[in-house]
Design a protein around this ligand. Structure first.
Ligand SMILES: Nc1ncnc2c1ncn2[C@@H]1O[C@H](COP(=O)(O)OP(=O)(O)OP(=O)(O)O)[C@@H](O)[C@H]1O
Ligand SMILES: [Mg+2]
Length: 235
């Protein structure tokens, strides 16, 4: 365990039973943001499509993000446990069809982010994933906090309605949201974590909120790149 790190910090799993709400995009943003702060990030890619591990290997431009691709559910929990010791953050990206590896990754987590688009069907699907997360926590007999992150938010009536649906369904959500922005869509091949404009402000807000929840490790002191300063300077 790294000095100063809390006892059971921090394995953050990103999951949704539905494909495509932005799991890998959120994983890229968070891994990149933490690495930019000087954090030692282990990206664990539990999705057979290996979108995240291909990104860290081929597109990502920034301080190193150690990456392990592991879809075998018999190995995954062991790897998470072993690697968590040496990392400031283990981020697990999962497949969008509720496979066994995703279930293991959720049960191994200290916290779960459930990205959701803002349509009615998407919210229903997020509710299903949240119910699974709650059930797994019960089975494991420990608290595994899970929250919905609204992604690709458009400033429309429909999106506001979906956010309201989450509240009425009693689903805890992350207050920060990610807008529908070209820069996020391009991330998979540009490999650059946004450091200016709306995207950088949204990402900084997301990181700050997750940190306040205790879902991300404290900011590292050996910082070389300062995301927050970049945001302040350029916006
Ligand atoms: N906030 C956003 N703004 C614009 N495009 C986005 C945003 N979030 C995700 N996308 C795009 O939406 C598509 C799906 O996103 P992503 O691959 O991150 O979803 P996923 O949940 O990982 O999907 P899967 O379940 O297939 O693994 C990608 O093309 C991505 O670039
Ligand atoms: Mg994905």
């Amino acid at each position: 365990m790294i000095q100063g790190q809390e006892a059971n910090m921090p394995v953050l799993t990103i999951a949704s039973s539905k494909g495509g709400p932005g799991k890998t995009t959120v994983a890229m943003l968070l891994a990149g943001a933490l690495a930019a702060e000087g954090g030692r990030v282990l990206a664990l890619d539990a999705d057979p499509t290996q979108a995240l591990s291909r990104w860290t290997a081929n597109a990502y431009e920034g301080p190193p993000i150690e990456t392990v691709a592991e879809v075998d559910e018999t190995q995954l929990a062991h790897i998470i446990h072993e690697r968590a010791e040496a990392a400031h953050l283990v981020l697990v990206d999962t497949a969008g069809f509720g496979n066994r590896a995703a279930t293991v990754a959720m049960t191994s987590a200290d916290a779960i982010i459930v990205p959701s688009l803002a349509g009615e069907a998407d919210v229903t699907e997020a509710e299903k994933t949240m119910r699974l997360a709650g059930g797994l926590a019960r089975a494991a007999r420990r608290d595994i906090p899970a929250r919905v992150l609204l992604n690709r938010v458009k400033r429309t009536q429909l999106a506001r309605h979906a956010a309201q649906e989450l509240v009425s369904a009693g689903l805890p959500r992350i207050e920060a949201t990610l807008s529908d922005l070209v820069v996020y869509g391009e991330l998979s091949y540009s490999g650059r974590i946004p450091t200016n404009g709306v995207a950088a402000v949204e990402l900084a807000a997301l990181v700050a909120e997750l940190r306040s929840l205790g879902w991300l490790p404290a900011r590292q002191t050996n910082t070389t790149t300062n995301l927050r300063n970049d945001v302040t300077r350029k916006t």
